[in-house]
Design a protein around this ligand. Structure first.
Ligand code: DGP
Length: 114
C-alpha cells in the first residue's frame, strides 16, 4: 500500500501544524480549513478508510474519537459544541486514503451537511 501525505505527516517527513500526538494518534490543523477550528485526527497506523478497519482496530477507533474530544477541549470549542466527521471513500467525499476524523467548530454548523 502506498503511503499518503498523512502517513508522511505522522512519521515527520512532511510538516504540519500538530496540536496533539502520542504513540498511536496524531492531530494537526487542516490545510484547507472549513471552520475556524478544523483539525484532523489520524491513527499512525495507515488504515485507508473506515471500511478497512477491522475488529482489532476497535480500541484505536475509540482513541481517535477520545482524542478529538480532548483536542476540542484544548481548542476551547467543547462547551459551545463541535462536529466530528469521517468521510468514507469517493461517495463520502474522502480524498486522502488514510483514515481521519475531521474536528470542526468555532462557528454554527448547519445540518444536514452537503
Ligand atoms: P477528506 O476529504 O475527508 O479526505 O479530507 C482531507 C482533508 O485533508 C482536506 O480537508 C484537506 C486536508 N489536507 C490535504 N492535504 C493536506 C496536507 O498536506 N496537510 C494538511 N494539514 N491537510 C491536508
Amino acid at each position: 500500500m502506498s503511503e499518503t501525505i498523512f502517513g508522511k505527516i505522522a512519521n515527520g517527513e512532511v510538516e504540519a501544524d500538530l496540536v496533539y500526538e502520542d504513540a498511536e494518534v496524531v492531530a494537526f490543523r487542516d490545510l484547507n480549513p472549513q471552520a475556524p477550528v478544523h483539525i484532523l485526527v489520524i491513527p499512525r497506523k495507515p488504515i485507508p478508510t473506515l471500511s478497512d478497519a477491522e475488529a482489532g482496530d476497535a480500541e484505536l477507533l475509540g482513541r481517535l474519537l477520545l482524542t478529538a474530544a480532548k483536542v476540542a477541549e484544548q481548542e476551547g470549542i467543547a462547551e459551545q459544541g463541535y462536529r466530528t466527521v469521517i468521510n468514507c471513500r469517493a461517495g463520502g467525499g474522502q480524498t486522502v486514503y488514510h483514515l481521519h476524523v475531521h474536528l470542526l467548530g468555532g462557528r454554527p454548523l448547519q445540518w444536514p451537511p452537503g
